[in-house]
Every structure is written in structure tokens, then in C-alpha cells.
Design a protein around this ligand. Structure first.
Ligand code: OAD
Ligand code: ZN
Length: 229
């Protein structure tokens, strides 16, 4: 059995029409991170933050998985391969492409989280700031998104997966945000072969054994064919 662990970022959803964060015309060129992606920003202006994620949710719902997402599902279904997908993306395109067991380390647009009691429930398409928690009734509903300064989800499980990986691949992520940007170093330390799939070398690109440059739809489809042999 070949254990493959992939980490995906906004680049894998770019060909589905979803904006990345750090492109010249990306999300962080139009919105301030401190305003829309921190607990402090939410405390200051919950309406602004909830609207930002409402817009992301609406866009993701219109988008379709692309051949890059599909190729990962096909890799997962190959005999002799165990594929785990860890994503920093908050869209649901991996699961809509049929990939199982996706770990959403930065949370998900489809979830609502109570800031008071940590209860989680499915988010409505349009969340309202100050909506009540169905469990504790505090007016503390927020998107179930991991903001800067908060701890990403499932870190223990992720490090277990990295420890068992034969191959670690980072796909469409710029290597700017930790802890995810540190996974390649951990995978190297644990003896995995490490591959980067990106349009260009990322901020941590020098740490990978191999670079595969190009659109993920093309490079992942080629990788699938190679693993199939
Ligand atoms: P970024 O926007 O930082 O990086 C996207 C990466 O995808 C870049 O390195 C691009 O070169 C690459 N890329 C773009 N199109 C591609 C394509 N068709 N095929 C392959 N690669 C492509 O997005 P992330 O690295 O995902 O966190 O950002 C990480 C985190 O920072 C996000 O989860 C988000 C953000 O701030 C939070 O909001 C907490
Ligand atoms: Zn609650």
C-alpha cells in the first residue's frame, strides 16, 4: 500500500473560478485580512465578516469541481493507494468531486459555529450576524472558519498522517501560512518523497524533492496516469 497525503490550497479551486488569496487581484487585494479573517475583526464588525463569508459561500455553491479535484478522487480509488486529503480550502469542491474523508483544517463554509459554547451546525446559505445558537441560544453564531490567531483543526491527526506518508504533495498553496506551510519539512523529516504542484515555485518550494509546474488540472491528471502504471 502506498500512503499518499496531499495538502491543497486555493490554487486547486482556481480553475473552478474561485479566487485565490494572494494573487495580484486575489481576495487579500480586495479585503483586509485583519478585518475579515481574525477574531478581532469579527468582534469589531460581525456584519462585514459574515457578509464576506456569505459571498464566498454563494460563489462556492455556483462553482463546479474541476479536473484537478476529479484526478484526486481517481487517485484515491486506485488499487494499492491510500490517499488522504488535507485542505486549507473552505469550499466543498473536493467532496463534491467524490473525494472521501477530506480534512478541512481551516474550517468550512458549510458550517456554523457557536462562539459561546462551540456547538456546530450546518450554516444557512445566508448567515446573519448575531444569530442565536440552536443549543445554548447565545447570539454568537459565526462561520466555522479558522481565522488568523486560531488553532487549525485536526492537527494531531494530520501529524499522524504525515508520519505515515510515503508521498506528500502540496497542491496550489503559496506556502505562506503556518502550520500548513511546515508540513513539507515534517514529511521530509519522516522520510516521505515530497512533490509540489503549483503554477510557480511557492515560498517553501525549495524544500520539495520535486516540482511539477502548471495548472493543477493538467499536472494532477498526468500524475494520476503515472500512478496508474
Ligand atoms: P494563496 O492564494 O496564498 O496561494 C494560491 C497558490 O495557488 C499560489 O501559490 C498560486 O501560484 C497557486 N495556483 C493558482 N492557480 C493554480 C492552478 N491552476 N494550479 C496550480 N496552482 C495554482 O492560497 P493558499 O496557499 O491556499 O487562510 O492560502 C493559505 C491560507 O491563507 C488560506 O487557507 C487562507 C489564506 O489567508 C485563512 O483565511 C485562515
Ligand atoms: Zn452555543
Amino acid at each position: 500500500m502506498t500512503n499518499i497525503v496531499v495538502l491543497t490550497g486555493a490554487g486547486i479551486s482556481a480553475e473552478s473560478g474561485l479566487e485565490t488569496f494572494r494573487a495580484e487581484d486575489g481576495l487579500w487585494a480586495k479585503h483586509r485580512v485583519e478585518d475579515v479573517a481574525t477574531p478581532e475583526g469579527f468582534a469589531r464588525d460581525p456584519r462585514l465578516v459574515v457578509d464576506f463569508y456569505n459571498a464566498r459561500r454563494a460563489q462556492a455553491a455556483q462553482a463546479q469541481p474541476n479536473p484537478g479535484h476529479m484526478a484526486l478522487t481517481d487517485v484515491q480509488n486506485l488499487p494499492g493507494v491510500a490517499l488522504s486529503v488535507i485542505t486549507q480550502n473552505v469550499d466543498d469542491l473536493h467532496s463534491r468531486a467524490g473525494t472521501d474523508g477530506v480534512i478541512h483544517m481551516h474550517g468550512s463554509l458549510s458550517g456554523a459555529l457557536c462562539g459561546a459554547c462551540t456547538h456546530r451546525w450546518p450554516a444557512p446559505m445566508v448567515m446573519q450576524p448575531g444569530a442565536p445558537c440552536p443549543k445554548c441560544h447565545s447570539p454568537a453564531a459565526r462561520p466555522d472558519i479558522v481565522w488568523f490567531g486560531e488553532m487549525p483543526y485536526e492537527m494531531e491527526r494530520i501529524y499522524e498522517l504525515l508520519a505515515q506518508a510515503d508521498i506528500f504533495a502540496a497542491i496550489g498553496t503559496s506556502g505562506n501560512v503556518y502550520p500548513a506551510a511546515g508540513f513539507v519539512a515534517e514529511a521530509n523529516r519522516q522520510g516521505a518523497t515530497t512533490i509540489e504542484f503549483n503554477l510557480e515555485r511557492s515560498a517553501v518550494g525549495g524544500q520539495f524533492d520535486e516540482q511539477r509546474l502548471g495548472p493543477a488540472s493538467v499536472t494532477l491528471t498526468a500524475w494520476l496516469e503515472e500512478l496508474r502504471r
